[in-house]
Design a protein around this ligand. Structure first.
Ligand code: ATP
Length: 242
């Protein structure tokens, strides 16, 4: 039987996923039978009103939270069937996460922050340092390696967070409003970086944002409305970047 090419399988697959939360005596359904497939090489934007479930979706895909019904597969592995320990490992090895609030550890230097994902995977020493320095170079912060995060501007901190999320070359990058705390110009620079590094590494980025203008640079635009995902092509498709 012919084997399929390695990248033909979706990186992430949601099959009829429902997520509900108890709210007093009633139940609030945030996702209602949502299905989705994401592939390597895709730069995807996720839009939706406040409270529509964008962070919930990221938390489900990263295995931080669990679906009420349905299946979520990352590289073919069904998160609902994995023991907690394996879910944690999968998250560490295969996913990079960027938060709106940067979430850098204040007691670690910039370089130590970027090394952290590698240390958690048991890769320390010279190799981890070299990788951290390389990434800091790519985000334009090689001279700040020994600074502490509170000495950096918001945009610089977010660039460190981008470097940290990519340190272990994860195929999947999840970003929850990564430019929410930045001015327009700095936010644009962080997005350029995210897009460039994601495309270079043939990874998939799923980026939550409140800025509809970001749709112009995406391959796909997902919009969460009343628990359902509307999936349409983004502006990058027309430019032939995929
Ligand atoms: N752990 C929880 N327990 C109960 N309800 C929750 C929980 N987490 C999220 N919710 C509810 O689920 C809904 C979706 O929340 P979520 O944070 O995913 O929305 P969002 O689209 O990311 O919003 P925002 O754009 O404001 O960040 C909200 O009504 C929220 O109150």
């Amino acid at each position: 039987m012919p084997s399929s090419p390695p990248d033909s399988r979706p990186l992430v697959e949601l099959r009829a996923v429902t997520k509900s939360y108890a709210e007093g005596d009633s139940v609030r359904e945030v996702l209602s039978g949502t299905s989705l497939a994401l592939h390597r090489g895709e730069f995807v934007v996720l839009l939706g009103r406040s409270g529509s479930g964008k962070s919930t979706l990221l938390n489900l895909i990263s295995g931080i939270d669990q679906a009420t019904h349905g299946e979520i597969l990352v590289e073919g592995r069904d998160l609902g069937r994995l023991p907690e320990r394996d879910r944690t490992l999968l998250r560490r090895e295969r996913i990079g996460f960027i938060f709106q609030a940067f979430n850098l550890l204040p007691t670690l230097t910039v370089e130590e922050n970027v090394r952290l994902p590698l240390e958690l995977l048991g890769r320390s020493g010279a190799e981890a340092s070299a990788r951290a320095r390389e990434l800091l170079g790519r985000v334009g912060l090689e001279t700040r390696a020994n600074s502490f995060p509170d000495r950096l501007s918001g945009g610089e901190q977010q660039r460190v967070a981008v470097a940290r999320a990519l340190a272990h070359s994860p195929p999947l990058l999840l970003a929850d409003e990564p430019t929410g705390n930045l001015d327009e110009e700095t936010g644009g620079q962080v997005l350029d970086l995210l897009e460039g590094l994601t495309r270079q590494g043939n990874a998939c980025a799923l980026i939550v944002t409140h800025e509809p203008a970001m749709a112009a640079r995406a391959d796909r635009v997902l919009t969460l409305e009343h628990g359902r995902l509307v999936d349409r092509p983004g502006g990058a498709r027309g430019r032939g970047t995929t």
